[in-house]
Design a protein around this ligand. Structure first.
Ligand SMILES: Cc1cc2nc3c(=O)[nH]c(=O)nc-3n(C[C@H](O)[C@H](O)[C@H](O)COP(=O)(O)O)c2cc1C
Length: 167
């Protein structure tokens, strides 16, 4: 079935976008001594030279106006055992980092201790895009991780079932 996009509700759009699987990242920093951050599934790699990634942040976010003031921002790729952590990082702001294993980097970026991988970044640009801002982030440091990533698909968390042969 096809649907004209000007007659689509936000709920229908969310379902349509949800057919595309994505990872989930924690975008976080230490600000005035306290952890600040949120979960985002809109992470995308953008450029190798310079090294850029992006996340899209809703204009309604109350966390982003604070987080964007940090001198450096951590982007941690959530691991397959992080479904509850993801819900926590999207829940009430005051409880997001309760009992989480995190590491504050010298520049102020905050990364998850047991992520599938993490980046220390600075904001390169913020591009208005409808009800979101596309935030371009420049990578300054890369933390390797060995865990498999958490996957978000059709509003559910799934794990990678295994690799298909590349033909
Ligand atoms: C799986 C998942 C993915 C999310 N992805 C995004 C995202 O890409 N961009 C975004 O702005 N919020 C995203 N959110 C919502 C934020 O984590 C957070 O709940 C929202 O920003 C509201 O909190 P705030 O007002 O403190 O910013 C996601 C939530 C979940 C559970």
């Amino acid at each position: 079935m096809t649907v004209m996009t000007d007659r689509v509700s936000p709920e229908q759009l969310r379902r349509a976008f949800g057919v595309f699987p994505s990872g989930v990242v924690a975008v976080a920093a230490v600000i005035d001594g306290a952890p600040v951050g949120l979960a985002a599934s809109s992470f995308t790699s953008v450029s190798l030279d310079p090294p850029l990634v992006s996340v899209s942040i809703a204009r309604s976010s109350s966390t982003w106006p604070v987080l964007r003031t940090a001198p450096a921002i951590g982007v941690s790729v959530l691991a397959e055992y992080h479904a509850d952590v993801c819900r926590q990082l999207a829940g009430p702001a005051a409880e997001r980092f309760n009992d989480l294993g995190v590491r504050a980097c010298p520049g102020g970026a905050l990364v998850l201790a047991d992520s599938a991988g993490a980046f220390e970044c600075t904001i390169e640009a913020e591009v208005p895009a409808g009800d979101h801002e596309v935030v371009l982030l420049r990578l300054h440091d890369i933390h390797d991780g060995s865990a498999l990533p958490l996957v978000f698909h059709r509003s559910q968390f799934v794990a990678l079932g295994g690799s298909l042969p590349v033909v």
